[in-house]
Design a protein around this ligand. Sequence first.
Ligand code: MSP
Length: 516
Amino acid sequence: MNQAQYFTTPIYYVNDTPHIGHVFSTLLADIGARTAQLEGNEKFLLTGTDEHSTKVTDAAQARGLPVETWARDNAHAFRQAFGAFTIDFDDFIRTSEPRHKESVCLRIEQLMTTGDVYLGEYVGWYDAGQEEYVPDAKAKQYEYKSPINKKPLVQRTEKNYFFRLSRYQKPLLTLLETGELKIHPSSRTAEIIARVRDGLSDIPISRHSAEAWGINVPGDPSHVVYVWVDALFNYLTAIDNAERRHLWPATLQVVGKDILWFHAVIWPAMLLALKQIDGNEWLSLPRNILAHGFWIREGEKMSKSMGNFVGIKDLHKYCGEFGVDGMRFFLASAGPVGASDADFAQSRLIESYNANLANTVGNCFNRVIGMVSRYFDGVVPASAPHASEFIQNIAELSRVSRERAQAFQYDKMISSALAVFRAIDQHVNLTEPYKLVKQADNFAQVGHILHDCLEALRHGALLLWPVMPTSMTKLLHSLGCLKDGELPSFIHGRSVSTGCCITETRVMFPRYQETR
Ligand code: MSP
């Protein structure tokens, strides 16, 4: 083991059932965690649900259900959805759990002792749909309408607890400018820096408890902690104990671009404030934040009012047609991993599945395994005495792909992994083992070619394992490179070995015919 690595996802509002955006954020974190595991690290993946929101109480009320029941059932739906996508989470946190309440109260109390949380009065523009105050300059720019649902912003005056965010403008700027606090893709850093330079005002962090379901401000039952502040602490709650504290700081916090401000400014500022307190020195800042773009659908923005979300039912249907791994592959390779948005169009899904999985990965695997079965009775032939140029080329592609994974560019990581499979196909076309085999003298040479191809398949399978764990595990099993119950690893993995028996598996990734 090199290191303990901690990956987090946003925690999801349980006002409705899961949709593609939730699955996507979680999938990226899962790919990150699995990549860390593959590199020989201890990994920990946290996901969960954000429950103390008026969106949640409104949804429960609309159905005539107690909010606890509604939240519990929906939290279950999120767990199920992530399970169905083979997300290997190590903990699932719900903000209504006692462990979270305790943790939030402790942290707020600590912030009160340093004066970073204080009681004051706030007047400001409020976006009720988003449950957030909008700074005056932004409100003007938005023409006093919510940029999300276009409803008018309202003026609100409240006696509130505040977080002294203004105190952290300078340290945050330094951390962002020096790259100590890393935001990916880097284009997002400039946006955040520009906003921080504009100035940071203290922010209200409480609501009157009559209005909200939530965690009481310690010592003041008339206020509950603002849902966003409550939610951000989840990342600490889950690991703030003797067995897990070594996981901090988080290796990667995955978020959507819409919630980057909270994660790149408010959350780090709260951590800086907490870190000054005796005993909290371990609370350094997260190492990386990945802010992904948005999925749109067939060219249109997805929204409740349009009723065009790719919801969990649609996702299950697609998993039935393309396989869970097929869907994970499409989401990660064609999705908005970087700064741009991406279109969820059925035609793109079919095209990507057929071109990359059926024609490239699947075809390459079936072709090589087929030849080893036919010419060598399924026994791995001997390798050449020296590593071929082809194998050196594969090692280089593998290096590039791993480097991209370390930079959290999962879409790019996949494209160099696919290049491995393409290279195998090309190598077969170029060396023509199927022709060479017709002459007995060439038998050893054919063996060398196929040995190399099997070894290259192993590399390709390892590279794609974080994205398609089930099918790539099968592939590694059939190459004899993985025993039952073993986890694949770049570090401890074994190469294909001469004399070992290949087990044929079902045709991988059958071509998708639209008429099916
Ligand atoms: N509860 C807050 C997060 C608190 S984290 C301390 C929240 N929840 S959410 O359920 O509304 O959204 C969670 C995630 O889903 C965000 O990362 C958001 O970007 C993502 N998505 C929601 N719609 C999306 C798309 N259409 N496309 C991609 N991801 C999007 O915000």
